[in-house]
Write a protein that binds this ligand. Structure first.
Ligand code: ADP
Ligand code: SF4
Ligand code: MG
Length: 389
């Protein structure tokens, strides 16, 4: 009887277990916070890029949240790279770790419960010089002290968030907030020069009355205009990498297309790279050069946009493609949806996370998590279907 009761409430955490989790969390959080405050020599947070043509290389990134119900492994060994002057799309269902990956790159994960616990994020900065062997140095953002991060965050790497209303401060004018970016990155700039630059940026993002918008408050603008202002703000520091986290999800479809076109044009003009996060494969097809598909905190497939759209391999990618509505479809069949849900990210077992939803599950899929298989120079997948005997 007792055993039955325990099984019935297997999701229930006893007071004793809860205390144990809290004690463990406090220990972990203190440890990682102490590491962040520690004084470091530049040699401790600089390294060399694996490929000079990349602006950022993420390798085996691990980001956890220490919650009262257990450790949430939000990002679990994620690796990908964003080449210079390219757009890389990160796709996946809600909750698969896209935002946490981008916040890890910006060192903005909600601390102390959220911590980057492993991996490397190599950022190709210009000013660092060369090591003894003549290789160009780069930053490792995971090891970088918070103080150093201020030098690149908002300048070399900027972010455009999903909801512009929550990112703009409602009590300051657009002009005040845009000028602030110039003052921060060019401290000796005059007030007049900052204003002129802000108005130039507003013009660049297609705002027709920039002087008027400069004097406006965020609530006086439409959603599309606000997102344009956010793009202007992101571009103001002349970044090398822009992270756009679902930049058009809060906008209606026609405005979405305009904003995406603007982003693509500006990326070409300015010669920067974009890491574009979205759950919409249509957006990826329009914008991206390369695609990374994420599932439950892991990268399950990556390749060029042609690889992913013409030869999708992982059953999850195939499912995502099938669940895309088509305008010219003439069948009356209901739209396909992938059965089941993303698994609970606490204490995930070491096996394929897509197993319970996969129509192609085989005996060997019960084994450990499939490692990444390179099927061509540009295309790789983590699935037992493509493992050679
Ligand atoms: N502040 C937080 N505290 C606890 N868990 C979090 C927090 N932020 C995100 N997570 C968890 O991390 C996982 C990934 O979230 P996220 O990166 O926001 O997903 P998405 O792919 O939709 O952007 C989710 O399971 C979410 O519950
Ligand atoms: S490894 Fe097996 S269960 Fe996982 S996606 Fe591939 S076929 Fe499906
Ligand atoms: Mg998100």
């Amino acid at each position: 009887m007792k055993k039955e009761k325990k099984e019935k409430y297997s999701n229930y955490i006893s007071l004793k277990e809860s205390r144990k989790i809290i004690r463990y969390n406090i220990g972990q959080m203190k440890y990682y916070e102490r590491l962040k405050r520690k004084k470091k020599e530049p040699s401790e947070y600089t390294t060399t890029m694996h490929d000079e043509n990349n602006i950022i290389e993420v390798e085996d990134l691990e980001t956890c949240f220490f919650t009262d119900t257990g450790t949430v492994q939000s990002v679990h060994g994620v690796s990908f790279a964003v080449p210079k002057n390219k757009v890389v799309g990160i796709v996946g269902e809600s909750g698969c770790g896209k935002s946490v990956t981008s916040l890890s790159i910006m060192q903005l994960v909600q601390a102390p419960q959220g911590q980057v616990v492993g991996g490397q994020i190599r950022f190709n900065a210009e000013e660092l010089g060369y090591d003894e062997e003549g290789r160009k140095l780069c930053y490792d953002i995971v090891q970088m002290p918070t103080k150093e991060m201020y030098n690149i965050r908002g300048k070399d790497i900027t972010m455009i968030f999903q909801e512009p209303m929550t990112s703009l401060n409602p009590v300051f004018t657009i002009g005040y907030q845009l000028d602030e970016v110039s003052f921060l990155h060019t401290p000796d700039i005059t007030k007049e020069a900052a204003k002129a630059y802000s108005i130039e940026m507003l013009k660049k993002v297609g705002i027709s009355m920039p002087e008027h918008t400069y004097e406006s408050y965020p609530h006086e603008l439409s959603g599309g205009m606000r997102q344009r202002v956010m793009i202007a703000m992101a571009l103001a520091g002349r970044p090398k990498l822009i992270i756009a986290d679902e930049p058009t999800t809060a906008l209606d479809v026609t405005i979405q297309a305009q904003i995406l076109e603007l982003l693509r044009d500006l990326q070409k003009q300015e010669g920067c790279s974009i890491m574009l996060i979205t759950h919409d494969l249509g957006v990826i097809a329009e914008m991206a050069d390369e695609v990374v598909i994420m599932y439950a905190g892991r990268v399950i497939e990556r390749g060029t946009v042609q690889d992913i759209f013409h030869h999708p391999l992982h059953p999850y990618t195939v499912g995502l493609q099938k669940s895309k509505p088509l305008i010219n479809s003439d069948t009356n069949e209901p739209l396909y949806s992938i059965p089941g849900q993303v698994p609970n990210p606490i204490n995930l077992p070491n096996c394929c996370y897509f197993r319970n939803r996969c129509g192609k599950c085989m005996e060997k899929c019960k084994g450990e998590y499939p490692h990444e298989i390179k099927v061509s120079e540009t295309h790789s997948v983590s699935c037992y279907l493509y493992e050679q005997e």
